[in-house]
Design a protein around this ligand. Structure first.
Ligand code: B3K
Ligand code: ZN
Length: 862
């Protein structure tokens, strides 16, 4: 078996400015697979054409391939295979180049290329996995028509799927069979896919807006079939939504989705054959939470939307990744907002952005949404490319308006259909469709770092005028010491302190470093509501008193701004407590009391608004993060909120009591608020609360309530805690996705023994480094648990580094994703920082470290 790691002393960086068009094009490719888990033979016939006048020899990427034969026009050809490049001599435009290679799917632990997952053979090619299947110019600007023939044992692999449409199948001798698929749409090789396995489909159809019937299939193991209805409903809803909102129709006669258990990330948008991590397909009330249901719909939609934003129009090079990812995330966010509560969806998206992207943008791995260089592209599937990328698309829509934005996307799709495009092409289409000038806006693509906006509102009673002074600063980031101001679209409103009247409600685009806006006709002191709907991905600093924040949290008519005011009030209170040892909890308690008593409010919104900011987010506001002080101050506020508002929590708990499970926005909201109320009741120390939690745990007819109760118990010292964990494990033993929850909930516990518990769980027979979901559930959750990871003795860092080193031997891409928490050392005290740096150095000293982990660890060390 080949070592999964590519030993490199100092891997080289690839730079955006070095982009050159391909020397050769491959208009069509015929692939033949003789499939087996231990041994697969791949025969590829490439029609090749020179691109332009260059005389360069044909160079093809190939990694870990056992080369059997190279032929040109049917005759053996001279070639050199060295350093992952096959150079074929004497090739002319119009020739057919044929290679035969052997690969070993069962030995593929990286889960890139063709690999085996629980008896299923499947592929993952984005970004550079196709080169692990066959020799090819593995870059997204080489688009080809694919014809695929698969041969396999019929008993082991009765179902054979590939991109495009099925064109034939039949039996062979010795219990084997074959199938052929053709994809009429030219595509880059990262969108190639095949699946072979013992699968069954949930089948349905969709009739497109022009009246074509599309056969839909969601393929899973037979026992999982009952868990596929929600994904199917989401798929059909996505297809209809993309027609309605973007005018985009599906283009093939079939659309298949396959779920597999071993997958490096969420899912993959291969043309006509999406392959999914099973956690984003399988759901039933007993095993999936509301958050899982929502994530399934979101990811199904995301991958489906890629059919246009990514597949029909793809990326010229990987520096343009946000062209498809930022835009597609924005589209899936819009879709999800349309399915339920738009306000709650926005709150969730912003919370995720602040939890992951803001720290990334403030740390050693900061990069613009269109990076300038990378060592390993897999490291750039980041929250910045995806989520900040989506915010930048959203800002263009806010600035141009919904109709202008739609005109821009129509032009973009029409201009670039069938092409490999750039971020610049997208912005240009927006400009041309609207007669707009987005020159300065382009800085959002080029500059890293989260801009800060300072807002100062002054009121002059005599002239009935308010002056709003806005200033911005984009912080320095690695390789970008000096920044220019960016256009910041800020939705702003002013409310009168006495009357509550809304005086102004408008969009202001802050173009300059500083700008003053004057509001006339304001006879009372105004209160500033700013960055409503989170109209720009910035950090706003506006000195507002706790009275003003409490006013907004109770009265702002923009739900996001209302939530935001409450969060700010909570943050200010906790930070004050950390600084001075104690703080007045009164204003927060009153504000939460108001929100809880607001009967007109959606329970889901009440739940979100009543949640305290996470320990990590509080840490982000501090110069030096003090995990223990944060934990103490936050818990003290939680306890006071629990005690002071106990009767309201009890009422909310009772009012939102479960009936029969239903997946609807209202039922989801009720469940959310109920478990949040349970958490506060536990914090109040009520003697009956552990029993109440145990009852919820035992009686629940759905996973949201059961896992919610388990989470509350796992954070507590109640005797019921161990019983609940044992019962949960027993009930779901053998169901990998639910056992992931069992690992995750313990790794996220706020208790002081979490580090030891997690280390013990890493020795549990159900723990494995080979399955990315299990690894994320235990180690990923632990790394996100600020207090546990940052244990003062450094044991958390050591454990994390041990895991990174061990996983890197199997799966570098997944190992590299665990590195960033260690790179936050600059934000911690000297003792912790020193321990974190030592672990990064220990990782870097490993023999044969992958370039994935090398890049993340070396950049993190700075
Ligand atoms: N495009 C894929 C992500 C591939 C990640 C490769 N390291 C899924 C998605 O964003 O839809
Ligand atoms: Zn995507």
């Amino acid at each position: 078996m080949l070592d999964a790691r590519t030993a490199t002393a100092q891997p080289a960086a690839i730079r955006r400015e070095d982009y050159r068009p391909p020397e050769w094009l491959i208009p069509s490719i015929a692939l033949e697979f003789d499939l087996g888990a231990e041994r697969t033979i791949v025969r590829a016939r490439l029609s090749v054409e020179r691109n332009g006048a260059e005389q360069a020899p044909l160079r093809l990427n190939g990694e870990g391939l056992s080369l059997i034969e190279v032929m040109v026009n049917g005759a053996p050809a001279d070639h050199i295979y060295s350093e992952n490049i096959l150079t074929v001599e004497g090739v002319n435009s119009g020739d057919t180049v044929e290679t035969i290679v052997e690969i070993a799917p069962a030995a593929n632990t990286q889960l890139m290329g063709l690999y085996a997952s629980g008896g299923i053979l499947c592929t993952q090619c984005e970004a550079e996995g196709f080169r692990r299947i066959t020799f090819f110019p593995d870059r997204p600007d080489v688009l080809s028509r694919y014809a695929v023939r698969m041969i396999a044992d019929k008993a082991l692999y009765p179902v054979l799927l590939a991109n495009g449409d099925p064109v034939g199948s039949g039996d062979l001798e010795h219990g084997r069979h074959w199938a052929e698929w053709n994809d009429p749409f030219p595509k880059p090789c990262y969108l190639f896919a095949l699946v072979a396995g013992d699968l069954e489909a949930n089948r349905d159809t969709f009739i497109t807006q022009s009246g074509r019937t599309v056969d839909l299939g969601i393929w899973v193991r037979t026992e999982d079939l009952p868990k596929t209805d929600h994904a199917m409903a989401a798929l059909k809803a996505s297809m209809a939504w993309d027609e309605k909102v973007y005018g985009r129709e599906y283009d093939l006669a079939v659309f298949n989705i396959v779920a597999v258990s071993d997958f490096n990330f969420g899912a993959m948008e291969n043309k006509g054959l999406n392959i999914f991590n099973s956690r984003y397909i399988l759901a039933d009330p007993d095993t999936a939470t509301d958050a899982d249901y929502d994530a399934i719909a979101g990811v199904v939609a995301h991958e489906y939307f890629h059919n246009w934003s990514g597949n029909r129009v793809t990326c010229r090079d990987w520096f343009q990744l946000s062209l498809k990812e930022g835009f597609t995330v924005f589209r899936d966010q819009q879709f999800s907002a349309d399915q339920g509560s738009a306000a709650v969806k926005r709150i969730e998206d912003v919370r995720a952005l602040r939890a992951i992207q803001f720290p990334e943008d403030a740390g050693p791995l900061a990069h613009p949404i269109r990076p300038e260089s990378y060592i390993e592209i897999s490291n750039f599937y980041t929250a910045t490319i995806y989520d900040k990328g989506a915010e930048i698309i959203r800002m263009m829509r806010t600035i141009l308006g919904a109709d202008g934005f739609r005109a821009g996307t129509d032009l973009y799709f029409q201009r670039h259909d069938g092409e490999a495009a750039t971020c610049e092409d997208f912005v240009k289409a927006m400009e041309d469709a609207n007669g707009a000038d987005l020159s300065r806006f382009r800085l959002w693509y080029a500059q890293a770092g989260t801009p800060r906006v300072m807002a100062d509102l002054r009121h002059d009673e005599a002239s009935c005028r308010a002056h709003l002074l806005l200033e911005q600063a984009v912080p320095p980031t690695p390789d970008q010491p000096d920044k220019q101001p960016v256009p910041v679209p800020l939705k702003i409103a002013l409310f009168g302190e006495m009357t509550g009247e809304k005086y102004a409600d408008r969009l202001i685009v802050l173009e300059e470093q500083a700008q003053e806006i004057v509001f006339d006709g304001i006879g009372e002191r105004p209160i500033l509501s700013i960055n409503r709907d989170f109209s720009a991905p910035v950090i706003v600093e506006a000195a507002r008193s706790s009275e003003d924040l409490a006013f907004l949290s109770a009265n702002d008519d923009n739900p996001f701004a209302r939530y935001e005011a409450m969060q700010q009030l909570m943050l200010d209170t906790i930070i004050a407590a950390i600084r001075s040892g104690a703080a007045d909890h009164g204003p927060v308690i009153e504000a939460v009391r108001q929100t809880l008593s607001g009967t007109a409010l959606d329970p889901a919104f009440v739940g979100e608004a009543a949640l305290l900011p996470s320990e990590a987010f509080i840490g982000d506001q501090m110069e030096t993060v003090d995990p223990d002080a944060i934990h103490r101050a936050r818990e003290a506020l939680r306890a006071d909120l629990g005690t002071e508002l106990e009767s309201l929590w009890r009422a909310a708990y009772a009012r939102n009591a479960a009936n029969r499970f239903e997946y609807s926005p209202a039922a989801k909201g009720a469940r959310r608020l109920r478990t949040i109320a349970l958490g506060y009741l536990m914090a109040s120390g009520g003697a009956d609360v552990p029993a109440l939690a145990m009852r919820q745990f035992g009686e629940a007819d759905n996973m949201t309530d059961r896992q919610g109760a388990l989470g509350v118990l796992v954070n507590s010292d109640a005797a019921e805690r161990d019983d609940a964990l044992a019962a949960f494990y027993k009930r779901y033993q053998g169901n990998a996705l639910v056992i992931d929850k069992w690992f995750g909930v313990q790794a996220l516990s706020t208790r002081s023994d979490t580090g030891e518990v997690v280390q013990a769980l890493a020795r549990h027979p159900d723990f494995t480094l080979a399955n990315p979901n299990r690894l994320r559930a235990l180690v990923g959750s632990f790394a996100a648990n600020q207090r546990a990871l940052h244990a003062p003795d450094g044991s958390g860092y050591r454990f994390l580094a041990d895991m990174i080193i061990a996983v890197d031997r199997l799966n570098p891409q997944t190992a590299a994703r665990l590195v960033p928490p260690l790179g936050r050392w600059r934000r911690f005290d000297a003792s912790r920082a020193d321990k974190m740096k030592r672990e990064l150095m220990r990782i870097l000293a490993e023999q044969g470290l992958s370039k994935d982990v090398f890049e993340q660890a070396s950049k993190s060390l700075g």
